[in-house]
Design a protein around this ligand. Structure first.
Ligand SMILES: Nc1ncnc2c1ncn2[C@@H]1O[C@H](COP(=O)(O)OP(=O)(O)OP(=O)(O)O)[C@@H](O)[C@H]1O
Length: 447
C-alpha cells in the first residue's frame, strides 16, 4: 500500500516538502550580490562554503523562491568531508539530541532533562509552517489542550510546553519512546507480528482507548503509525491532532468531521456522512490496525486515495485469511462491520475469545524487537555525544593546558593548581572522577 494512504488527509500533502528543500538549498545558499565567498565576477570557484547545521537551517525558515536559485558545479575532488560537529544546545533545562523522526507538523528530537536526568522527546513546531498546513494551528492547540488533561499509562504524556517567541517556535516535550509499531511492522518478515505479540499491543490499545472514551475523547486516527513503544514495551497512543473532545453534557458520541488516514477510515466517513458515532470510528480503525498487525495487509486496498475510499465505502473487505484461526477472524469481521451500530463495544471486544486467551508463540515465530529509525538496537541516548562535546572536550583542554604549564614551570598555574587541589585530590584522580561523571551522567536514570 502506498504509504500516503496511511497518513492523515489533513496533512500538507499538496505542499512541497519545504523542510527537505530548505536543507538542500541552505547548504548552497545562492548570493544575490557578489560576496567574498561567491564572487560574481567570473572567478572560478567559491573559496569556502558556510555549512549550516540542522537548527541553523531551521532558523532560516527560508521562503523559497525557486526562480532565484542557482547551483555551483563543484568537482568532487574539491569536496572536503568532515564529520559533523556535535554542538550542544539547550532549550530551557533540556539538552537537545538527534532527530527521532519527522511528521507533517515538524521534527521530533530526543532531549535529556538535565535536572531529572530523564530522556524525553520534543516535537518542534514552527508557527510559520503551521500556518501553511490546513487547520495546522487549531490542530496543535487542540492536541495540547487534550494532552494536558489526559493521564494514562497507554497515552503519551505531554511533559512540558516551551515557547521561543523570537524564533517563533513551540516545543512539545513528551515521554520518550524507542519505536513506532509502523516501523517495526515494516522491518518484520511479512510485515506482521506473531499473534502473541500483536495480542499484547492490542490489549494495551484497548486499555488506552477505554480510558480515552471514558474521558469523552475520540482519537479518530488510530493506526500503527500513531502507536509508540517505550523501552519496556509499554504502548502509547499518540498524535491527538485530529482527536475530538465530546460535549461533556451530551450522552452521545456524535462527531461531525473525520480527518484521519484514508486506509483506516470507516465506510461512514468514506461515504461522506455528515454525522457519525465517534467511538465506532475508533473501533473500526483499531480493527484495521489489528488486521494489519496480524496479516501484513489491509482489509481495503486501492491504487490511489479515491479508489481506496470508494472500496471502503462499498464495504466489501478482503476477508481475513483462514490462517489467522477462527477466533481472530471472527473478531476482525465483527470490528469491521459496515454498519457502525453492529460493531462491538470496547467491553464486548474485551470479552472476546481471542482477547481472553493469549495466543502462544508458534514454532519458528520470533518476537519483533522495538526498532528505532536509527537502527540502533541498544537505543542509546543520542544526547551523550553533545554533552561530551560541551563538557568533556573543554575539560580535556583544561587539563592538557594545565599539564603543559606545569611541565614548563609556569608559577601562575602552580598557584592555581594548589588552590584547586586543596582538598588533597591528585590531578589524575580528579581527571578520572571528571571523566567518569561525564560518562555516567546520561545513564544515571534514563527512563
Ligand atoms: N514521544 C516520542 N518518542 C520517540 N519518538 C517519537 C515520539 N513522538 C514522535 N516520535 C517520532 O517522530 C516521528 C514523527 O512524529 P509525529 O507525531 O510528529 O508525526 P507522525 O504522527 O509520524 O506524522 P503526522 O503528524 O504527519 O501524522 C514519529 O514517526 C516517531 O518516529
Amino acid at each position: 500500500m502506498d504509504p500516503r494512504m496511511c497518513r492523515k488527509i489533513s496533512s500538507s500533502e499538496s505542499l512541497p516538502d519545504a523542510e527537505n528543500v530548505e536543507f538542500e538549498v541552505a547548504n548552497m545558499i545562492a548570493p544575490q550580490e557578489s560576496d567574498e565567498n561567491f564572487p560574481l565576477d567570473g572567478s572560478p570557484e567559491p573559496r569556502s562554503v558556510a555549512w549550516l547545521d540542522d537548527d541553523e537551517i531551521d532558523d532560516l525558515d527560508l521562503n523559497l523562491d525557486q526562480s532565484n536559485l542557482f547551483f555551483h558545479r563543484v568537482d568532487s575532488a574539491d569536496i572536503i568531508y568532515r564529520s559533523k560537529k556535535k554542538k550542544c544546545k539547550m532549550v530551557g533545562k533540556y539538552v537537545m539530541g538527534d532527530i527521532l523522526g519527522e511528521g507533517s507538523y515538524g521534527k521530533v528530537k530526543e532531549m535529556l532533562d538535565s535536572e531529572m536526568l530523564c530522556r524525553r522527546a520534543v516535537k518542534i513546531l514552527k508557527k510559520r509552517k503551521l500556518r501553511r498546513i490546513p487547520n495546522g494551528e487549531q490542530n496543535v492547540q487542540r492536541e495540547i489542550q487534550l494532552l494536558r488533561i489526559l493521564k494514562h499509562k497507554n497515552v503519551i504524556e505531554l511533559v512540558d510546553v516551551l515557547y521561543n517567541d523570537e524564533k517563533q517556535k513551540m516545543y512539545l516535550v513528551m515521554e520518550f519512546c524507542v519505536g513506532v509499531l509502523q516501523d517495526m511492522l515494516e522491518s518484520s518478515p511479512g510485515k506482521k507480528f506473531p499473534q502473541h505479540q500483536a495480542h499484547g499491543y492490542f490489549s494495551q490499545l484497548l486499555d488506552g482507548l477505554e480510558y480515552l472514551h471514558g474521558q469523552g475523547v475520540v482519537h479518530k486516527d488510530i493506526k500503527p503509525g500513531n502507536l509508540l513503544l517505550t523501552l519496556n514495551q509499554t504502548l502509547k497512543i499518540t498524535d491527538f491532532g485530529v482527536a475530538e473532545a465530546l460535549d461533556m453534557f451530551s450522552s452521545e458520541d456524535t462527531c461531525y468531521t473525520g480527518q484521519g488516514s484514508p486506509a483506516f477510515q470507516p465506510p461512514e466517513i468514506a461515504n461522506g456522512a455528515e454525522t457519525f458515532s465517534g467511538f465506532k470510528v475508533d473501533i473500526w480503525s483499531s480493527g484495521v490496525t489489528l488486521y494489519n498487525m496480524t496479516t501484513g495487509r489491509y482489509p481495503y486496498e486501492g491504487d490511489n486515495v479515491y479508489r481506496l475510499l470508494e472500496a471502503i465505502g462499498r464495504g466489501e473487505p478482503a476477508p481475513p485469511p483462514a490462517t489467522l484461526g477462527p477466533p481472530l477472524r471472527a473478531l476482525l469481521i465483527h470490528m469491521l462491520r459496515r454498519e457502525p451500530s453492529q460493531r462491538p463495544t470496547l467491553q464486548e471486544i474485551r470479552r472476546h475469545a481471542w482477547v481472553q486467551a493469549i495466543p502462544s508463540l508458534e514454532n519458528g515465530e520470533k518476537m519483533i524487537p522495538p526498532r528505532s529509525r536509527r537502527s540502533d538496537e541498544l537505543h542509546s541516548c543520542t544526547v551523550l555525544p553533545y554533552l561530551v562535546e560541551r563538557h568533556y572536550a573543554s575539560a580535556q583542554n583544561y587539563f592538557a593546558e594545565r599539564d603543559m604549564r606545569n611541565e614548563t614551570g609556569d608559577g601562575g598555574s602552580r598557584t592555581m593548581s594548589t588552590a584547586e587541589l586543596s582538598d588533597g585530590e591528585s590531578t589524575s584522580r580528579r581527571k578520572r572522577r571528571w571523566h567518569s561523571s561525564c560518562g555516567r551522567l546520561p545513564s544515571c536514570r534514563l527512563t
